[in-house]
Design a protein around this ligand. Structure first.
Ligand SMILES: Cc1cc2nc3c(=O)[nH]c(=O)nc-3n(C[C@H](O)[C@H](O)[C@H](O)COP(=O)(O)OP(=O)(O)OC[C@H]3O[C@@H](n4cnc5c(N)ncnc54)[C@H](O)[C@@H]3O)c2cc1C
Length: 450
């Protein structure tokens, strides 16, 4: 207990919650796979406190699980009963928006939506956006290298970080909060920590690049008859549609169900593929592009949003939040592979899953412009006994197609056993070498990723 006393003395009563003061929220991320509450929840409010708390834990070999907004979907932030959780939720705030450099410097616990709103107020676009924006933290976005809705234009989170500050397992703080795009001074440590899921260090601050706030945005929902048409529309949009910022596809089952759940009547019949096309341009420009696509036989029908509310309706169907309540125990997979093979995967995966689980709901949607597919599976008897078999079927196909078992959600604990489907033994050995160099005692987020 000496450690908890030392931590309480360092962090104060609000910064160190132990025993029955640990809130239920510390148990699990949004994968709902967490089983235990940690022995204590640390809530440091400064970088110095993060560093000193880690040093105390390191000195006695206490394992530490970093926690952000707990919206992760891979079990990466879930503690075990003898871990200490370290929440970044009190380390918040935007330190600076540099208009000349077009950068934002902020603390890791800042909620993504707060960063987006501050950027917009200053006339900029924050380059990361995802459905969990109201709860996830920028530190969590960096630690998972989050993707999201605008990757086709702005890249993944790692592509938008110019500077990073990280506290290592022993409390050493690495501060590289540079604002320059060009910096070839040896190993690029940013990219080591981006996507490391709290296993190599605790992100404390970051510098993000900002983009110009778009002057216009146009959104359309397109109906397509085949996957070949989806690919041809994507290729055409990349060349002919200025400011393409999202290309999201829904396979028929996914679109039909979520359209019904949203109570919307978009198209008379659910098409084989529905695509949301978004571009930073005027609606007239998008209209002309779609007329060309229609003339070329790529698009069977299209609705161009006339208002923000109409665009929001398209995204409501795509984000499909209502599915979680309609199909309790829904299993969500997140995979990627060459874009030309996504429908081959979807067909094979549906067939194999239905052969194994007759009556299952299987549907597909995703960031097709980024070669990223999500698979939503609801088993007739719930996921209890079937989740492993679903993983084995889907990830086996992903391996055969040369894809990745995690496109954007990370590995955490839920995909740890499948890492070898997408990474070679030599790659995994290199990852282990990096882990033991930076965290030789193995106190940071043990059992995650590797
Ligand atoms: C509705 C919904 C939509 C989503 N959409 C997307 C999407 O489109 N794209 C996408 O990529 N993800 C998506 N996600 C997943 C999730 O939102 C992201 O993974 C997000 O980046 C997690 O941030 P967080 O702050 O909630 O992190 P947490 O869930 O708290 O933690 C995630 C991982 O990061 C580590 N971590 C957290 N903070 C830090 C830190 N400061 N330093 C070091 N390690 C840390 C944790 O240990 C854990 O391993 C979605 C989730 C939901 C619920």
């Amino acid at each position: 207990m000496a450690l908890l006393d030392d931590l309480a003395a360092l962090l104060g009563p609000q910064g160190c919650l132990a025993g029955d003061r640990v809130p239920e929220a510390a148990r699990s991320d949004m994968s709902r796979s967490g089983r235990a509450l940690p022995r204590a929840l640390l809530r440091p409010a400064t970088v110095e406190e993060v560093s000193r708390a880690l040093a105390l834990c390191h000195a006695v070999g206490q394992t530490v699980v970093p926690q952000g907004g707990m919206t992760g979907l891979a079990g990466g932030a879930n503690p075990r009963a003898d871990d200490v959780a370290l929440s970044l939720q009190r380390l918040t705030g935007i330190e600076e928006i540099d208009r000349e450099a077009a950068t934002m410097t902020l603390k890791a616990g800042t909620v993504l939506q707060t960063a987006q709103e501050a950027a917009a107020e200053a006339g900029f676009l924050f380059p990361v956006d995802l459905g969990a924006r109201g709860s996830c933290t920028v530190g969590g976005n960096i630690a998972t290298n989050a993707g999201g809705l605008r990757v086709i234009r702005d890249g993944m989170t790692r592509d938008n970080i110019l500077g990073l500050e990280v506290a290592l397992a022993d409390g050493t703080v690495l501060t590289s909060l540079g604002k320059t795009v060009k910096n070839n001074t040896g190993y690029d440590l940013r990219h080591l920590f981006a996507g490391s899921e709290g296993t190599l260090g605790v992100v404390t601050r970051a510098v993000f690049r900002l983009r110009p706030l778009p002057r216009a945005r146009a959104t359309a929902l397109c109906a397509l008859a085949s996957y070949a048409d989806v690919l041809a529309l994507l290729a055409k949009a990349r060349v002919d549609l200025p400011g393409l910022s999202a290309f999201e596809a829904m396979w028929r089952d996914y679109f039909a169900l979520n359209r019904a759940l949203a109570g919307l009547r978009l198209f008379a019949e659910a098409p084989a593929f529905a695509v949301i096309l978004e571009a930073q341009t005027d609606a007239e420009v998008l209209q002309v592009f779609l007329e060309g696509a229609y003339g070329a036989g790529l698009v069977a029908d299209a609705l161009v949003a006339q208002t923000e509310a109409e665009a929001r309706d398209f995204w409501t169907v795509r984000e499909g939040h209502a599915m979680d309540t309609h199909l309790p125990g829904l299993i969500n997979l997140d995979v990627s592979m060459p874009v030309g093979r996504l429908d081959d995967f979807a067909r094979a995966c549906r067939e194999a899953l239905l052969a194994r689980f007759p009556g299952a709901h299987v549907s597909f949607f995703g960031h097709v412009g980024d070669s990223n597919l999500h698979v939503a599976v609801a088993l007739p008897g719930g996921p209890r006994d079937g989740a492993h078999a679903v993983d084995a079927i889907a990830y086996g196909l992903v391996r055969d197609l040369g894809g990745s078992v995690s496109a954007e959600h990370g590995i955490g604990t839920l995909k740890r056993d499948w890492l070898g489907h997408s990474r070679s033994p030599a790659e995994i050995a290199a990852m282990r070498a990096i882990k033991s160099a930076l965290d030789p005692e193995g106190i940071l987020n043990p059992g995650k990723v590797l």
